[in-house]
Design a protein around this ligand. Structure first.
Ligand code: CUA
Length: 339
């Protein structure tokens, strides 16, 4: 009986110390969304459960190893035990109750994080190898749409991200918002987030999606509603201006489609050939031929990337983009300016 009391006290002590330790370790990043609260609460409950379970297994084990060890001169066998039905019933039914309880809490938690405000702002998100594209609600006056590779959000306003992918499966993840959702080509998935803290965060891709998966990181800026509106207005002005010249439109399209993820504009070698000084230059192809990078070559390379592959980039695959003739001409006009 004495052993049970000692082990019981040790289990409680170790559980408490572990819970305090786990809590102090601050394993969760800052909580910056309304969805974080139920998730963090459940995490706390799980910390307690984990600590207790760990202590329940490890304390009796270590205690037995030390107290009931074979002492000098002891040669006999240990005592023999047959099964213990009460104990077996207990260690089957208690975990069952705990697991069921956690699944009930988890389901309630999930419905809380999915709950949706009918007035939520809708932002369209596209995952691209290897960038993000965010489309904000159209300007009611002009119908112009602001597109950016950074996510700007007003604080305390629920946003509904309607997400898809242009190539492979990606996953939208801002650790401070806690929630995470896959982006699947040919399908729309949704994620609701209510940012509660102003600040700069980062969205990363949480689904291995190719060579530059690890670099699919873009800023997420949570600001006041006024700051957000000011940014949006400024972007609308830019969009209007840009749309008026082909080079400007080209630059805008390049930024919106995340082309810079692979093509540098300063001569640096990336996943794809640099665009710096590309126009009019002689390009060596993987089949040994040489071509001049003129309008026709660049246009073809955008529309059908594998038609002529530049030496050194045989193992890379460019995303198949669909641009209109006007957009293609604009991108070429922009590439022309990079020299
Ligand atoms: Cu996109 Cu990993």
């Amino acid at each position: 009986m004495r052993h049970f009391i000692v082990v019981g006290i040790l289990i409680i002590l170790v559980s408490v110390l572990l819970t305090i330790g786990l809590d102090a370790a601050n394993l969760m990043p800052l909580d910056a969304s309304a969805q974080a609260a139920p998730i963090d609460w459940m995490w706390k409950v799980m910390e307690i459960a984990m600590s207790f379970l760990f202590a329940l297994i490890v304390v009796p084990m270590v205690y037995s190893l030390i107290v009931f060890r074979r002492r000098r001169g002891e040669t006999g066998d240990g005592a023999h035990f047959e099964g213990n039905t009460t104990l077996e019933l207990l260690w089957s039914s208690i975990p069952l109750v705990v697991v069921v309880a956690f699944s009930v809490i988890g389901a309630g938690n999930l419905s809380q994080t999915l709950s949706r405000d009918p007035n939520a702002m809708i932002v369209k998100v596209t995952g691209i190898q290897w960038s993000w594209k965010f489309e904000y609600p159209a300007d009611p006056a002009t119908g112009l749409v602001v597109v950016s590779d950074e996510l700007h959000l007003p604080v305390n306003k629920q946003v509904l991200l309607r997400m898809t992918s242009s190539d492979v499966i990606h996953s939208f993840w801002v650790p401070e918002f806690r929630v995470k959702q896959d982006l699947v080509p040919g399908r729309f998935t949704e994620l609701t987030i209510t940012p509660t803290r102003e600040g700069n965060y980062k969205v990363s891709c949480a689904e291995l999606c190719g060579t530059s998966h690890a670099f699919m990181v873009k800023p997420v800026l949570v600001t006041t509603m006024d700051e957000y509106n000011a940014w949006l207005a400024q972007e609308l002005v830019k969009a209007k201006e840009a749309a008026s010249t082909p080079e400007g439109l080209g630059q805008l399209l390049v930024a919106q489609n995340g082309c810079a993820a692979c093509h540098s504009i300063n001569g640096a070698v990336g996943i794809g050939p640099t665009w710096f000084g590309l126009f009019g230059s002689e390009v060596e192809l993987s089949d040994g031929a040489t071509v001049v990078a003129d309008e026709a070559f660049i246009t073809e390379s955008i529309q059908n990337p594998s038609a002529k592959i530049v030496t050194g980039f045989e193992s890379q695959q460019m995303v198949q983009y669909t641009f209109t003739t006007e957009e293609l001409a604009a991108i070429v006009a922009y590439i022309k300016t990079l020299k």
